[in-house]
Unconditional design. Structure first.
Lengths: 501, 484
């Protein structure tokens, strides 16, 4: 447990090391990146194995940092952070495995990649708002370069849009945090101190502050109608970056909402709760419908991400412990599943067929040419639809049950989203992998298809993520036993009382 | 008062070291250096100048007896000492960029004028007396005009110098007029006497006129809207090392000088909220808005930096407002770290110019291949300007905005300015990323792919600036402790 901060240090050290060795050899940079990511994953898994669930944050490091501003370097973890750092470890490792074929400027690629990972670990472990915010911003900038340099379709536009949305969101968060710090006369930036300060401001101000902070974080979580960066960014990004974006970066936003916005401003949350919930439902349905008619395979997955993140936001908005526990579980589940989907589309399919148009893919007998890719995609698709046996099922079920307690109307709306998810996922599976077997159309295309076999790193990465989703699907209590006690801390109880009434 | 010249020398030994260094540079170049090639003369001049700056730093450390000196003409408080260190570091970095990058004739003269300017900055930091303050400001300004026009081979350089000189001359006239009114109101040229006298008087229209005059001059020095018009042309036309000094050390010294003037000289004049607060807020707001929006439209890298400087000036003005309650720490931290990033950026420009052109953003294309070192340093500097952690630019903004919101909350202009500045930082990120996109994403244009050789001294200067930005960003307390 106390080794968890080393996930951050290991990642940043790995970034420097990858940069240093990458100038000479891409292979060495890959090895550095893989060992760094595996080391991070190992630290999180060991911490998870020795974790005794408890209410409240378990302090890992607490040092005075900037005394002049009352800022402490305070890292802490509870079951929620632990769930998400394990996810980060998994996604980071899988991402490296799926970027094994990066040859151009590999050192820089993995350096930026690991710097992003380090920032993500930092956010999940921070218990001081300044520290959290600093790590949050550290995670933003590498995305620009990852997408703009190694991306595809319209990459510079996608990268800029994504980074500006994230940064504008973080500016809202900063404004809100500094405002509450000043208005509540807080002595420092520790989350506890800010919670005490927020209790001293008037309800009207709380409502405005909550709006700033929640919206700022929620932009990154893909809240409708501020989600438009997500599909374009995911599509433009190289595979590993899409996996990270959908897998963990969107979770940063949701985590910020849960860790900062809700506990700080319970009254603001109570005021905005219905709005957030309806926006979340709108996002689930809107993105679902859009995904249904996309012609670009990656856009289908991009919009499905927005739709699934809508469930996370709905779970948070429902504001009762079962729904929020479901939301955290869904963060984990979606992180793993979205990683898998993007890996199949971006790495396994696109880099072999050089097309992502469903109309083109329909003509290719992909299930025969790439049986492994088809198998993984079917598994990931079933998981994404929320079939029992995969992690999506307990997560969405918990969210829907929890949401029903708060408002049946929201649950019904989101329930329709589950049906939509099944529709667009099945369509993607059918069209992309089991398209027409019309001999006249398929044969010439198949002949011209230079399908190199799926490589070992790809298989390893896919197996890792499939194992994670199946394990959590069959044994959701493994994570829920971490998450549920964390929601019983006084801080979380105060924030989540709004939903029970 | 019986003047005690030993005391004066002890107080001003850093400046004396700089002046002696400047004279030595010129004399040695005229005697020993006549027959040498230009490259060797640059190296020799810079070596002597760096020695002088280093000595000045040691003397500053040794003269650490806080308090008023020479009958109150100089004030050696923490702010003055920290400002001295800051301008010395920035001047040293600007000097270290010279060997191998400057292609002007007359190396000794250029270096000597840099030292004169530095001496002016250093006196500005300590002046507690209107007359000495004005003399120091003029010493620094005249040196900077010369530096801006030093490159006689380029008409842009002459244009920059002339514009800078005309604007600067007018603003000096305003400042002198304001000073004369202050003297007329209080009968003294000493800041603490002025403060005492003004505190005792009722607010008068004459004081308002005096303040407006001072603020006009301040606006010019800080390149705040609407007195910013010189900045883009000077940044574009001046030789890169000169622009580095104008954009960095001059800012630091100017802000210390004017902030001290406003805080101690005229701050106490009208109760809690000084009369200049609102005017300053308007200047700051206009600078933030115009700087950030105009920077979006720039295709010339140096003009872009100028507009970004105008936007940063808006934030620094906010720091002058918050300093009334929270002390000068945040302001000085911000100006110094901004100066480091700007010196670095201009250093990168200077080195690229060695190998060709560096005016347009497109001239940066392919920098990551042409020189990974320069590209990496540029990344640090630009991200610090943009305020991305863990670099120092981030913490500077964070501290200033936090103080501005604590000053009066959202009931005063400072709080709203902070909110506006936070919002505009997202706009700023766009143009900073455009710069970095050219350096890291866009491939080099055919014909300019050649690698750029980076001379040792400038390389060390850039690395030092980048390391300082990182170190100060991660451990800001170490710098803040110097000021408080």
């Amino acid at each position: 447990m106390s080794a968890l901060p080393f996930t951050i240090y290991v990642s940043f050290t790995g970034a420097l090391l990858a940069l240093a060795v990458g100038a000479r050899s891409a292979a060495r940079a890959r090895l550095v990146a893989l060992s760094t990511a595996v080391a991070g994953l190992a630290i999180t898994l060991v911490a998870g194995a020795g974790f005794t669930p408890q209410a409240g944050l378990h302090t890992l490091v607490d040092l005075p940092w900037i005394a002049e501003a009352g800022i402490r370097y305070h890292l802490a973890a509870d079951g929620i952070s632990l769930t998400l750092v394990v996810l980060t470890g998994l996604a980071a490792t899988a991402g490296v495995l799926f970027s094994w074929n990066i040859e151009e400027r590999a050192g820089e690629f993995f350096a930026l990649y690991l710097a992003l990972i380090g920032g993500v670990y930092g956010v999940f472990l921070s218990a001081d708002a300044f520290t959290l915010f600093a790590f949050y911003e550290i995670a933003i900038v590498p995305k620009y370069f990852l997408i703009a340099i190694w991306g595809s379709t319209n990459r510079e536009h996608g990268a800029m849009k994504l980074v500006l949305y994230s940064f504008a969101g973080s500016a809202l968060v900063l404004a809100g945090l500094l405002w509450v710090h000043a208005a509540g006369a807080a002595t420092g930036f520790g989350l506890g101190e800010l919670i005490a300060a927020a209790a001293r401001v008037s309800p009207g101000e709380q409502i405005a502050m909550f709006a700033l902070v929640f919206l700022g974080f929620a932009v990154l979580a893909g809240l409708f109608p501020f989600h438009t960066w997500a599909p374009t960014g995911h599509v433009a990004a190289p595979t590993a970056a899409s996996m990270l974006l959908a897998g963990v970066v969107m979770k940063l936003g949701a985590y910020g909402c849960l860790r900062v916005a809700l506990p700080l401003f319970p009254e603001g949350f109570a005021f905005w709760q219905p709005t957030i919930a309806w926006l979340a439902v709108a996002g689930i349905l809107y993105a679902g419908f859009i995904a249904l008619v996309q012609d670009d395979f990656k856009f289908v997955i991009g919009y499905s991400s927005v739709s699934h993140m809508g469930f996370v936001l709905l779970g948070l908005a429902a504001g009762n412990p079962p729904a929020v526990a479901g939301a955290v579980l869904q963060m984990f589940s979606h992180g793993v599943i979205a990683g898998l989907l993007f890996a199949v589309v971006g790495r396994m399919v696109y880099e072999r067929t050089h097309t992502r148009r469903l109309a083109d893919l329909r003509a290719l007998p992909l299930h025969r040419a790439l049986p492994f890719a088809a198998l993984v995609f079917v598994i990931a698709g079933l998981a994404s639809m929320g079939l029992p046996g995969f992690s999506g099922f307990p997560a969405e079920l918990a969210i829907l049950i929890g949401t029903w307690k708060t408002s049946p109307a929201w649950a019904l709306g989101a329930g329709a989203g589950v049906v939509l998810a099944a529709a667009f996922t099945l369509r993607a599976i059918q069209v992309a992998f089991f398209g027409t077997t019309d001999k006249s159309a398929a044969q010439p295309a198949a002949a011209s298809l230079p399908c190199e076999p799926i490589t070992l790193p790809e298989r390893a990465g896919a197996m890792l993520l499939v194992a994670a989703t199946v394990y959590v699907g069959l044994n959701p209590d493994a994570l829920l036993d971490w998450i549920t006690p964390a929601l019983q801390s006084p801080v979380m109880q105060a924030a989540l009382k709004g939903g029970v009434s | 008062m019986k003047p005690n010249y030993t005391e004066l020398f002890a107080a001003l030994s850093p400046e004396a070291a700089l002046i002696v260094g400047a004279l030595l540079v010129v004399v040695l170049d005229l005697t020993l250096g006549r027959k040498k090639i230009a490259e060797a003369r640059w190296h020799a001049a810079v070596r002597i100048a760096l020695l002088a700056v280093g000595l000045a730093g040691c003397f500053t450390f040794a003269s650490g007896r806080p308090g008023a000196e020479f009958g109150g003409a100089f004030m050696l408080d923490a702010l003055a000492q920290a400002t001295r260190y800051s301008v010395l570091v920035l001047a040293a970095l600007s000097l270290a960029l010279l060997p191998g990058t400057a292609r002007m004739r007359h190396p000794a003269e250029f270096v000597a004028v840099v030292l004169f300017a530095t001496a002016g900055f250093s006196v500005m930091a300590t002046a507690q007396n209107l007359l000495i303050a004005f003399l120091a400001l003029e010493l620094a300004s005249l040196s900077l005009y010369v530096l801006a026009g030093f490159d006689k081979t380029r008409p842009e350089s002459a244009e920059a110098a002339l514009k800078y000189f005309l604007f600067g001359g007018v603003s000096a006239a305003f400042l002198l007029f304001g000073f004369s009114l202050l003297y007329g109101l209080t009968g003294s040229i000493e800041l603490n006497v002025i403060a005492r006298e003004l505190g005792a008087q009722a607010a008068s229209p004459l004081l308002v006129v005096a303040l407006v005059m001072v603020l006009v001059a301040f606006g010019f020095k800080a390149a705040a809207v609407p007195f910013h018009l010189w900045a883009p042309d000077v940044y574009q036309g001046a030789p890169a090392p000169a622009a580095a000094l104008i954009a960095s050390a001059s800012k630091v010294a100017g802000f210390t000088f004017f902030a001290r003037l406003l805080w101690s000289g005229t701050g106490a004049s009208s109760g809690q909220a000084p009369a200049w607060m609102l005017t300053l807020a308007i200047l700051a707001g206009a600078s933030l808005l115009l700087g950030n929006v105009a920077a979006l439209a720039q295709r010339n890298l140096r003009r872009l930096l100028a507009y970004s400087a105008i936007a940063h000036a808006g934030i620094m003005l906010l720091g002058v407002m918050t300093g009334t309650r929270f002390g000068p720490g945040a302001l000085l931290y911000y100006t110094f770290t901004y100066g480091l990033a700007t010196v670095g950026t201009f250093g990168v420009i200077a080195i690229i110019e060695r190998a060709g052109r560096c005016q347009d953003l497109d001239d940066l294309a392919g920098l990551y291949r042409r020189s990974p070192l320069l590209a990496g340093c540029l990344l640090m500097f630009v991200l610090s300007l943009a305020g991305i952690p863990p670099l120092a630019g981030f913490f500077g903004k964070f501290l200033l905005f936090s103080q501005a919101l604590r000053l009066t909350g959202l009931t005063g202009p400072a709080g709203w300015l902070a909110i506006a500045a936070i919002a505009l930082s997202a706009v700023a990120l766009y143009y900073y990323l455009i710069v970095l996109k050219r350096a890291f994403v866009t491939p080099a244009v055919a014909g300019t792919e050649a690698r750029i050789a980076v001379p040792l001294k400038p390389a060390l200067a850039l690395l030092l600036a980048a390391a300082l930005l990182l170190a100060l960003g991660v451990f800001p307390s170490s710098a803040l402790r110097l000021v408080t």
